[in-house]
Design a protein around this ligand. Structure first.
Ligand SMILES: CN1CCN(c2ccccc2CNc2ccc(C(N)=O)cn2)CC1
Length: 246
């Protein structure tokens, strides 16, 4: 997938381009991340990228001229037909399902806002989709853009090895993850659940599914209400709840 980011702080994107799963995806040519800085399209001596808001009030708005040129260059640097996305608190809430939709697109342009945001007329004329990573305010859209890049890149074919893709199961099914354990077998007086040492892979699968269901029931009842449970899942959840009283 090709991604082009419009941002005043392009260096920030080293965090996804140069590290971990996303960094490997870039190295393997499964993902490309380019940056376009509106400051490069300023013509004044001070390279002004912000402008005063009509109607007055605190803060500044991103200057429209450099921004629209940066967006045009960003669109031209990825495959035609890119979806232009604006990260903002006013956007559609990003979820795992939303990431799956985004991962299916051939190319994206991500606009990372700074100051108090962007002229509404630029949004109306340039932005295809507005997305929010959650109900909180950040000082800029860059971290939100990187959250989106990280989340969708894990869903690109070939990015996660087969052993990691299994880890997606519970999240893909809309459940919370099960507990994880590794050496030492005894740690601060606590042992590892016996089933995980049994080598019985079917029992281990069921235990992990039961834990995912139980944790989701305990911690995120709202998620559970969105999931259609199978007979096996309903049985395991009932067992988990019964065992709570033990
Ligand atoms: C002090 N102002 C800074 C700029 N901001 C703003 C306003 C409009 C667009 C982008 C931003 C960048 N901030 C973001 C971006 C995304 C999210 C999210 N939830 O996805 C949260 N915050 C408004 C507030």
């Amino acid at each position: 997938m090709e991604i082009s980011v419009v941002s005043l702080f392009p260096e920030m994107f080293a965090a996804v381009r140069d590290y971990g799963v996303t960094g490997r995806a870039v190295q393997n040519g499964l993902l490309s991340i380019q940056c376009c800085n509106p400051r490069d399209f300023t013509t004044d001596r001070h390279q002004t990228v912000d402008d005063r808001p009509y109607g007055g009030g605190p803060g500044m708005v991103m200057k429209t001229e450099p921004l629209q040129q940066a967006i045009a260059v960003a669109k031209a640097s990825v495959a035609p037909g890119a979806t232009v996305i604006y990260l903002s608190p006013q956007g559609r809430q990003l979820t795992q399902a939303g990431l799956a939709e985004l991962a299916a697109k051939p190319s994206l342009v991500l606009l990372a806002g700074r100051y108090e945001g962007v002229d509404e007329r630029l949004i109306d004329s340039e932005i295809d989709e507005e997305w929010s990573i959650g109900d909180y305010v950040l000082s800029g859209g860059e971290l939100a853009a990187m959250v989106m890049i990280d989340g969708l890149s894990r869903l690109l074919p070939g990015v996660l090895g087969h052993h990691l893709s299994a880890e997606q199961d519970s999240f893909a099914e809309g459940l919370l993850d099960c507990p994880h354990y590794t050496r030492p077998e005894h740690f601060r007086g606590m042992a590892v659940p016996g089933v995980l040492l049994s080598g019985n892979h079917e029992a281990i699968r069921r235990w992990r599914l039961k834990q995912s269901l139980g944790r989701t029931w305990l911690r995120r009842r709202d998620l559970l209400e969105q999931v259609e449970l199978s007979d096996e899942q309903n049985k395991l959840l009932a067992e988990f709840i019964r065992e709570l009283d033990d």
